[in-house]
Design a protein around this ligand. Structure first.
Ligand code: SAM
Length: 206
């Protein structure tokens, strides 16, 4: 399953330029807004799960964040992001992995995911994701997940998705995570289609 996913995403990234991908955004404004709202300092560690070719890593570097990790199943996507960043890429930790089987060896003050969690349509995969969050984010840490909203698209990139609201994500993360912010967001794709997202922010309590 993992191999097929990897091949799928490498194919997708190999077929289109960055700004032709439906999830492309010039500036990851809502993600940055939610990250700023946590009040974390530039010394905090951040992981962007399913970061792909996102420009969030560029913005975090510009803002002086010193411990940024980008994880993605697609080696092609990470190679493109590294090439775009140039010499700065050497200061980022890049991980090619399927989030449902990856084993975190360190912890992160902030876990960010825009548009990856909703591809986990099997309950077992969502559970595996939640187990990784629980291992990777210590008490006091933040989890920001942006997923297609309940009235968002039913498919993306040729794959079915599981749409979410904050309650469905909270139920998977469990009682140790408290929801403190929730925002609807309309993403306009490069071809002009509006996609409804729900961003949910949690703090780990225990
Ligand atoms: C819709 S794209 C979003 C990319 C990026 N977060 C952004 O906002 O531009 C979904 C990303 O999730 C990655 N992905 C999909 N399934 C994954 C998995 N099981 N583990 C890790 N990454 C995955 C894909 O390779 C792709 O980069």
């Amino acid at each position: 399953m993992s191999i097929d996913r990897r091949a799928h995403w490498d194919r997708v990234y190999g077929a289109k330029a960055e700004n032709e991908l439906s999830w492309f955004e010039e500036s990851p404004a809502i993600s940055l807004d939610l990250i700023h709202a946590t009040g974390i300092r530039p010394t905090a560690s951040i992981i962007d799960v399913g970061g792909g070719e996102s420009r969030l890593v560029d913005a975090l570097c510009r803002e002086g964040f010193k411990a940024v990790t980008v994880l993605d199943i697609s080696e092609k996507a990470l190679a493109a992001a590294k090439a775009r960043l140039g010499p700065q890429a050497a200061h980022i930790t890049w991980i090619v992995a399927d989030i449902t089987v990856w084993e975190p060896f360190v912890t992160y003050d902030l876990w960010h995911d825009r548009a990856t969690f909703h591809f986990l349509v099997e309950w077992a995969d969502r559970l595996a994701y939640a187990e990784r969050v629980a291992k990777a984010v210590p008490p006091g840490g933040h989890v920001i997940i942006g997923a297609f909203a309940l009235d968002g698209p039913e498919r993306c990139s040729g794959l079915p998705v599981q749409r979410h609201d904050s309650a469905s994500i909270g139920a998977i993360l469990g009682d140790g995570f408290a929801l403190y912010d929730s925002r609807r967001h309309e993403h306009v794709t490069p071809s002009g289609v509006t996609q409804r997202f729900q961003f949910s922010c949690f703090r780990r309590l225990s």
